[in-house]
Design a protein around this ligand. Structure first.
Ligand code: BES
Ligand code: ZN
Ligand code: ZN
Length: 511
């Protein structure tokens, strides 16, 4: 999967494919001009005789080149209208480019610098984003495919003759974020027989400790001692015991202790919480068989939180960040929790279980309760969870519904969404839904009274576990963490959704 990207001064002899990016109706630039000369005007002529290729964003045209010009083939890729060219447009073009590039089974590709004319985007930045788009699109989860059957052939991309240093610097910065996205994708794509609460917790340690993140694993015994009755109930049906994992990253100036001592939220850490149900069968309220395999992605929230911590630590973000993930497997068995059980959450609130398939909110309730006991004045709390099918019905795979109780936090999230390309849509919080989650026989129940507004009642349930006055957002990533169809920069299956927008949020508003 991994290929190298190198900035080189001169074209390499082993490179067989030349990529030529250009604006809509634009000109070729960089080494493509030399290749055009060497081949007697072949590239410019190709553009003339293929008028259907205009350079629309992501449009591509592949040609074989005459012998003696150094490359076997060239692939033109359109960047689109000059007025619309920005970082995200470059990324999209790079992502689409990979889709047409891979049919030629390239191994060593070279990229020519684009001629951007008077465009305000500088060409080094544009190139870095095209490459980043290509990298995001070329992701392939092939851990379990035998070596001789792996599909990805690409080993190296040279970025030839441009302003090396700038492009290198830009690309490195983008690549750190992409590594976090890949961490999240890899975790989501792992099969649940390999990735279960204990193995997930160990993977988090192995990944984040070397980056300077403090990782604390709370096993089931400690969870029992602490009184995490909700998360434990979810895991009861499974052989694989639940875990909570706390990650602490001390990138800010103030020391980040095991517990928060800050007096005001302004000085508090940023807190992230992730749902990590490593497989959701539904439990005794079992799900239908069709599509159940997809429920290995029910730890997408935890995966995004871990991917985010990876990126923050790797780029040495100047912020104090605490993350907690609740890991459990939801299985039916003679030990499993039942509909009508009444359980006691860490916070002390009791919960009537009406449906064992509404388990994510139970795991989150304990994670939220515990992290707020440790850090009672966080700057904000953002939880990510593949929480409801209703969210997917409402917004599909394009937008992530985000419930936010604080306008300032939402305003920052909205900006980060626009800048990162991960789309958020604000959803309503309402007393009506909060109230709907109150039970006749316990403090709360885990399912609303009607089958409508399921994503909103789930948020209403979580709201009961947020301390008064704390800025909080719940991101229901049920539709965005996983997709069966590919987008330009997101191949099918685990998307790693959340890493980019939250990294952007921190970089632009909280560092
Ligand atoms: N993990 C599911 C939600 C989900 C469904 C995520 C589809 C991604 C794709 C969650 O645990 C669940 O089953 N929720 C129930 C809640 C209901 C029983 C109140 C749902 O949405 O049906
Ligand atoms: Zn469920
Ligand atoms: Zn679930």
């Amino acid at each position: 999967m991994a290929f190298e990207i190198k900035c080189v001064k001169k074209q390499s002899k082993t490179s067989e494919t030349l990529i030529v990016p250009l604006l809509k109706k634009g000109k070729i630039g960089g080494i493509a001009l030399d290749i055009d000369k060497k081949s007697g005007g072949f590239l410019k002529r190709a553009l003339r005789v293929n008028p259907a290729f205009e350079g629309d964003n992501g449009q591509s045209l592949a040609l074989s080149l005459p012998a003696g010009c150094g490359f076997e083939r060239a692939v033109f890729v359109g960047l689109g209208d000059t007025g619309k060219l920005d970082e995200l447009a470059c990324e999209k073009a790079g992502g689409k480019l990979y889709v047409s590039l891979k049919s030629g089974k390239p191994e060593h590709v070279s990229m020519s610098a684009p001629d951007l004319g008077k465009n305000k985007l500088d060409s080094a930045l544009a190139l870095a984003h095209i490459l980043n788009g290509l990298r995001l699109s070329a992701y392939d989860f092939d851990t379990y495919i035998s070596a001789d059957k792996k599909k990805n052939t690409l080993k190296r991309i040279d970025y030839v003759g441009a302003d090396d240093r700038d492009a290198q610097k830009h690309f490195k910065a983008l690549d750190i974020v992409t590594s976090g996205v890949f961490t999240a994708r890899n975790l989501v794509n792992e099969p649940p027989n390999e990735l279960y609460p204990d193995s997930f917790a160990k993977r988090i340690s192995k990944l984040l400790k070397p980056l300077g993140v403090d990782v604390e694993i709370i096993d089931e015994k400690k969870m029992e001692k602490l009184g995490m009755g909700a998360a434990l109930a979810v895991g009861k049906g499974s052989e694989r015991q639940p875990r909570m994992v706390i990650m602490r990253y001390n990138g800010g100036l103030a020391a980040l202790g095991k517990k928060g001592t800050n007096k005001t939220a302004e000085d508090g850490p940023l807190v992230f919480v992730g749902k990590g149900v490593t497989f959701d069968t539904g439990g005794i309220s079992i799900k239908p068989g069709a599509g159940m395999d997809e429920m290995k992605m029910d730890m997408g929230g935890a995966a995004a939180v871990v991917g985010l911590m990876h990126t923050l630590a790797a780029r040495k973000a100047k912020a104090n960040v605490v993350a907690i993930v609740g890991l459990a497997e939801n299985m039916p068995s003679h030990n499993a929790y039942r509909p009508s059980d009444i359980i006691k959450s860490y916070s002390g609130k009791t919960i009537e279980v009406l449906n064992t398939d509404a388990e994510g909110r139970l795991v989150l309730a304990d994670a939220l309760g515990y992290v707020q006991d440790l850090y009672s004045k966080p700057k904000f709390i953002i939880d990510l969870a593949t929480l409801t099918g209703a969210m997917m019905v409402a917004l599909g795979h394009e937008y992530c519904g985000s419930f936010v109780n604080d306008d300032k936090l939402w305003s920052a999230m909205e900006k980060a969404s626009g800048a990162s390309g991960e789309k958020l849509w604000r959803m309503p919080l309402d007393e009506v839904w909060k109230k709907d989650m109150e039970s006749d026989v316990a403090d709360l129940k885990n399912m609303g009274g009607s089958r409508f507004a399921g994503a909103c009642t789930a948020a209403g349930f979580l709201e009961h576990f947020i301390n008064e006055g704390t800025a909080w957002s719940h991101m229901d990533i049920a539709g965005t963490a996983w997709s069966k169809s590919a987008k330009p920069t997101t191949p099918k299956y685990g998307s790693g959704f959340g890493v980019r927008v939250l990294n952007q949020l921190i970089a632009d508003h909280y560092e």
